[in-house]
Unconditional design. Structure first.
Length: 247
């Protein structure tokens, strides 16, 4: 069985990394290129880059910025935000991404997931799901999609998604722990890896998520001090979480 993964996440707006609470009150926390390099050097297993303004602004991703980030990484790199079709996804892979993440566009046209999997391979397709109260939200968490989170997770798996990035809007940025209930419900319903996201504030929180999911997304807990990733890895080992040795 693959070892659990620790995956820092860069939510990017205006070319800068930002973080908020429950998708609100965004504040700037740093430069995406420098933070990405710091996480790669600190032993992150992978990195996720999400352009959180692309869909709301109706534009594609910042390919030049993606290329600059990719150039500094020695780890797999997932990019999302504003991916509307296979052409967008291929452009991101050409810019240096290893995987693409889709969210709102897949909800608007679920066939997109199948098209991406057929062209790129399931291993390169991540479907991001933003959830609150058991429901899926779209457009950066601003609109109800009127879909049940577990049913949607099962559908995207059937359509060819290789992974599911599940963010709880209710716990996002709170540092009070992941939403273990919704994470468990999704992880139990699908066979593809689930990345738990939203709420990490301590090693214990991450360990609890990794008892259910195959990976944990990290943001607030490490953004203020990227070197925290190194000590977090050791704390998790002390809690009995098996992790790969950092490169």
């Amino acid at each position: 069985m693959p070892l659990p993964r620790l995956i820092p996440c860069l939510d990017v707006a205006g070319g800068r990394v930002v973080k908020g609470v429950r998708f609100q009150g965004l504040t700037e926390v740093g430069d995406p290129v420098e933070l990405a390099a710091a996480y790669s050097n600190a032993g992150a297993d992978e990195l996720v880059f999400l352009d959180i303004e692309a869909t709301l602004e109706g534009r594609g991703l910042l390919e030049e910025l993606v290329a600059r980030v990719a150039d500094r990484l020695a780890i797999p790199f997932t990019v999302g935000g504003g991916v509307r079709d296979v052409r967008d996804a291929q452009a991101l892979l050409e810019a240096g991404a290893d995987k693409v993440s889709v969210n709102s566009a897949a909800l608007a046209r679920p066939e997109l997931v199948s098209e991406l999997a057929a062209r790129l391979g399931a291993q390169a397709v991540v479907v991001a799901i933003d959830a609150a109260g058991g429901e899926v939200y779209t457009r950066a968490g601003t609109e109800r999609a009127r879909r049940d989170v577990v049913a949607w997770a099962c559908e995207v798996e059937q359509r060819g998604a290789g992974e599911i990035l599940l963010t709880s809007i209710d716990t996002d940025g709170t540092r009070e722990g992941y939403d273990l209930e919704v994470t468990r419900a999704v992880a139990d319903a699908v066979s593809v890896p689930v990345i738990a996201s939203g709420g990490a504030g301590s090693a214990r929180h991450v360990a609890e998520a990794l008892e259910i999911a195959q990976a944990a997304l990290l943001a607030s807990i490490v953004h203020e001090n990227p070197a925290r990733l190194t000590s977090l890895r050791e704390e998790l080992r002390e809690l009995g979480v098996p992790l790969r040795d950092a490169a």
